[in-house]
Structure formats: C-alpha cells, structure tokens
Design a protein around this ligand. Sequence first.
Ligand code: ATP
Length: 370
Amino acid sequence: MAKTYDVELHSIRKTFGSNVVVDNFDLQIEQGECISFLGPSGCGKTTTLNMIAGFLDPDQGELIIKGKRMNGVAANKRDLGMVFQTYSLFPHMTVANNVAYGLKLRKVPKAEIQSRVRRVLELVKLPHVADRYPKQLSGGQRQRIAIARALVTEPSLLLLDEPLSNLDAKLREELRDELKRLHQETGVTTIFVTHDQEEALYLSDRIVVLDHGKVEQIGTPWDIYNEPASEFVHTFIGKSNRMQGKVTGIQGTRLALSAGDAGGAFELQASPRGSSFAAGQRVSIYIRPEKLMLAPDGESASGSRYACAQGRVRQLSFLGAFVECEVAVGSESLTVRVQSAAQQGRLETGQAVTVCWNPDDVFVFPGKER
Ligand code: ATP
C-alpha cells in the first residue's frame, strides 16, 4: 500500500517581486514526525512555514495536509497549532482564557473547555498560573503557555517558528527539553523553524537544510552531520577545520592530498564519499575537531588505518569537558578537540605533537578559492 503523509509539499515555489524565496521545495512528512527547517537568516524557512500555515499562498506547486489539497484554504480551516518567536498572548486575558480561546471559537462546551485547559496546563507543568495575566509570567512561562494554547485544540499539525529565540541560553535549553518531552507525549506532527543547528539536531527526527530558498539536504540529524550532501551543509552544521588543497594521487577510493600553502604544505589521505575527483584538482578539505587525535611527538595512533602529521601546540582553551587545542601543522592551524580528563597535564603550548585521523573522517569538496 502506498505510504500516506501528514504534510506533502510538491515543487513549492514562492517569489516576492523578482526574489525567488522558495524554489522547487519537495517534502513529505510522516505522522508524528518532528521536522526542522534549518538554515541561515533569509533562506526561506518562515516563508515556507507561512505557506503551510495558510498565511501565504505558493505561486506554484501543491500543498497537501492529511491528504487534502490546501492551496488557497484559509489558515483557520487548516487544523493547525502555531507558536511564534514572540509570545503573542492576549495581554488582557488570564492564562486560562488565553489557552481556552481556540476552544471557545470552536464552540466547545464549557465543562469540556475547563477540563482540557486544566489538562494542557498540567502538560506544560504550569497548572498554578491559570489565573495570572501574561505580564505576571516570566518569558519561559509565557512561551510554555503559548505552546499550551497551540496544543489545546489537539491540532493535526504543530508549527513552531523560532519559539526559543527570545529566551536566554539556560531557559532555551530547558524549553528545548520540554518541547522534546511534549512531542514524545502528544505525538503531534511538528515543524520547527530554527537557525540554531544544535536545537535542530537535538529535537528533530529529520532536518531540512535550506540555503537561498533551495533544499540542500533532508535527512536524520546523524545523516546531516556525518553524511553532508554539500560543502554548505558540512560547514553550516558543527565545527570543522577547513584547508585548501590539491589532489596529488588517486588509488581506488583513497585520495592523496596536499594541504596548505606551497611553503608549508603537508600530505594527507582521505576516503571521500560521493563526488569523484581528478588528479591535480583543487579541493577544500575538512575534518571535524573531534575527529582529530593527538599523540606525543614521534608516536602515532596505533593501527594502519590512521594517517598522521607532525605539529606544534599553539594554544590551549579549556572548555570544561573538552580542551580545544590549536595545532600548527605545516602552514595550517588545526583545532583539535580532546577530552579534558584524558589530557590533564599532558599538553602545553609549544609542545611538539603528532596529529592523527582516520582518512574516512576527512571530507573533500571541489575547491573554491578562499
Ligand atoms: P530568518 O531566520 O531571518 O527569519 P528566514 O529563513 O525565515 O529568515 P524568510 O523570512 O522566509 O527567511 O525570508 C526569505 C526572504 O524573503 C528574505 O530575503 C526576506 O527578505 C524575503 N521576504 C520575506 N517576506 C517578504 C515579503 N512579505 N515581501 C518581500 N520579501 C519578503
């Protein structure tokens, strides 16, 4: 039997004047999935969400929610819950009345409204603020109430547009946990817009990475981080060391590369997936800080699958669980992230070290000049 989806976007396109803001967007969302739209400012995340919400209509393409074509259908006929960046609660209404609002519009009986409001306030762990006004709540509490208001109608789809971005770092983390728990408990299909990669990795079943209105990749957090489809995706998600280089040899799937300036070039090997390369081709080479290992000078990581280069520690930065070491290797400076406990007292600035890596962990993309 053919698979059914809660939300389907087929070749969606949206322009503002001559500006193509969303182009050829295809996506199918399964029931109960939490999907993030992730990308830099202006890449079209909110515009796409607004088309799904019914605040904007696509110029081209088809939008289907629960099997029904939604192009041209008003927002209030789409059975959605929505939470915005700003809290958007009615200031003159109590929390209970704010949460009850959507149910009153739907003419739900009074007793049922009361029990549903109570239940959803318990779900967001704020039953004790029912009689307060929004101005008597903290930012985090207001956003929890906005989420409760979106959930109380038991929508088939929950749309969240950067709901955490007005909160301070600690509260953001708390509410992120809260959203994950709420998604697990309610099972509501959710689309979450964010430019924060950590939030997207943490919350999503799948992430849609967008750049300039185009889908760069759709995948699980693991895929997006470990199997990026493009240089943009690799550099947008997580930290990475970038080096300019050249292909010096090819043996099967293994590339020999020369990285860095002519005066300080060093050799390395990589086993990139995907693209094919030609000898002499200029490339951009990336390796994540946590994929590099340090061994005392003269030693190397055991096992023939590792490649190594000699370097010197330039700078050490203590980050609690990790130490970030800047290591000069040839003309390049590589950031190596090591566990603090393992390195305690073993590393110092100026020390000669061997940097080792697994060639499978090196990403190579066709070169662009710096
Ligand atoms: P951010 O993270 O900053 O919110 P975003 O990825 O959500 O960005 P959008 O808000 O979707 O991006 O905007 C995408 C592009 O469309 C931007 O260049 C923006 O200036 C433009 N844009 C959005 N809404 C309109 C509008 N109503 N009229 C004209 N241009 C618009």
